[in-house]
Write a protein that binds this ligand. Structure first.
Ligand SMILES: CC(C)(COP(=O)(O)OP(=O)(O)OC[C@H]1O[C@@H](n2cnc3c(N)ncnc32)[C@H](O)[C@@H]1OP(=O)(O)O)[C@@H](O)C(=O)NCCC(=O)NCCS
Length: 298
C-alpha cells in the first residue's frame, strides 16, 4: 500500500534511513513533511520510502531527496518508480554520491527508477569544498565590489550573465521563461536561502564597467558559494577567480571553516576556476529532471 507518512510511522521511517538525524532536523524545520514523505507499507512493515525536500516556506516540494527499499524487495526499481509517481511534478531528484561511484548499483538503480517515473534528463554536478585547512585564494586587486539593494538591478545583471551560460538549469530556465523572468525566479530562490542579502555584490573593473555578480550565501548545510557570473563581454579574463575569491574571503571573515559549492560538470570554465581557487571535489550531485515541456503547466 502506498501512502504518505502517518504520525506513528516516524520511528520506523527513521530506522530505514542512512542519516536519521538529518531527517529529524529537516522534519523539525518543515523542509521534510509527512505529506512529502511517501511509504510503501506491507501491513506494519515499511518496504520502501521516498522523501521530498522543500524550503520551510515552500507550498510544494522542490526535490526528491531519498529513495530507500527494504533488502528483501525483489524489484526496488519498480517500487521506487511507483513511489515517485505519487508526487505530482514538477520536482527534481537529487542523488548524492562520491567521486568514482557514479556507475555503482546504488546510483544506477535509483536513476533507472527516476527515468521510469519520467525524470529522464540527467545532469552531473560537481560538489566543491574549501576548508580553512586550505589557503585562502588571492583577493582581487583588479576588481571592486559594491552592494546593490535593488532586486530588479540584480535580475537585469543575472539576465545578462545568462547569455551563453553553460549552466544546465539556467539554459532550461531561460528557454522556459525568458532570461529576465528566469533571473527574477532565481533571485527569489537566493533570497529564501540563509545567507544575508546585503552581502550580494556587483563587480566592476578599473574603468567602472560591470564585470559580474558574486553572491556569498548559506543553506541547511552551512556557508555556500551562492552564485558567480561574468557578463559575456568580460569573459575570458579569468574574472570568475576574482569573484570566487571575494566570496570565499567574505564567508571566511564571517567565520566559515568550510564553504561548499556545486557546478555542472559540463560548465568547464567554472569547474576550472574552483580548482584554481583551491576548492576540491568532495561529492557528486546527480540531478534527474522531467524533460522540458513534458510537465503540464511548466
Ligand atoms: C563560468 C563563468 C563565470 C566563467 O567566466 P570567465 O571568468 O570569464 O571564464 P575564464 O576567463 O576562466 O574562461 C576560460 C575560457 O572559457 C571560455 N568561456 C568562459 N565562459 C564561457 C561560456 N559561457 N561559454 C563558452 N566559453 C566560455 C573563455 O572564453 C575562455 O576561453 P579561452 O581560454 O579560449 O580564452 C562564465 O562563463 C559565466 O558567467 N557563465 C554563466 C554563469 C555561470 O555559469 N556561473 C556558474 C554557475 S553558479
Amino acid at each position: 500500500m502506498f501512502r504518505t507518512m502517518a504520525e506513528g510511522d516516524l520511528g520506523r521511517v527513521l530506522k530505514c534511513l542512512d542519516d536519521p538525524s538529518r531527517f529529524e532536523r529537516l522534519f523539525e524545520a518543515t523542509s521534510y513533511r509527512p505529506d512529502w514523505t511517501w511509504v510503501a507499507a506491507d501491513g506494519d512493515e515499511i518496504k520502501g520510502v521516498a522523501v521530498w525536500w522543500g524550503f520551510p516556506t515552500s507550498e510544494r516540494p522542490l526535490a526528491l531527496d531519498t529513495l530507500w527499499a527494504a533488502p528483501d524487495v525483489d524489484d526496488p526499481v519498480g517500487l521506487w518508480a511507483a513511489l515517485i509517481r505519487r508526487m505530482p511534478p514538477p520536482f527534481e531528484y537529487h542523488l548524492f554520491t562520491s567521486p568514482g561511484r557514479e556507475k555503482a548499483p546504488e546510483v544506477t538503480l535509483r536513476l533507472a527508477a527516476a527515468e521510469l517515473a519520467g525524470l529522464g534528463d540527467v545532469n552531473e554536478r560537481l560538489r566543491y569544498q574549501w576548508t580553512d585547512d586550505d589557503p585562502l585564494p588571492r583577493r582581487s586587486t583588479r576588481l571592486t565590489f559594491e552592494p546593490e539593494p535593488d532586486d530588479e538591478e540584480f535580475a537585469a545583471l543575472f539576465a545578462a550573465i545568462a547569455e551563453d551560460s553553460l549552466d544546465v538549469a539556467t539554459r532550461e530556465g531561460v528557454a522556459r521563461l525568458g532570461a529576465l523572468e528566469h533571473s527574477r525566479e532565481d533571485i527569489a530562490l537566493y533570497k529564501q536561502m540563509r545567507g544575508p542579502r546585503d552581502q550580494w555584490r556587483v563587480a566592476f573593473d578599473q574603468d567602472g564597467q560591470v564585470v559580474g555578480a558574486a553572491l556569498p550565501s548559506a543553506n541547511d548545510g552551512g556557508p555556500v558559494v551562492g552564485f558567480v557570473g561574468v557578463v559575456p563581454g568580460q569573459r575570458g579574463h579569468g574574472y570568475a577567480d576574482d569573484l570566487l575569491a571575494e566570496i570565499t574571503h567574505v564567508l571566511a571573515e564571517d567565520g566559515a571553516t568550510c564553504i561548499r559549492a556545486d557546478t555542472d560538470k559540463v560548465n568547464k570554465p567554472m569547474a576550472a576556476s574552483f580548482e584554481r581557487c583551491g576548492y576540491q571535489v568532495f561529492a557528486i550531485r546527480i540531478v534527474a529532471s522531467f524533460p522540458p515541456g513534458e510537465v503540464a503547466g511548466s
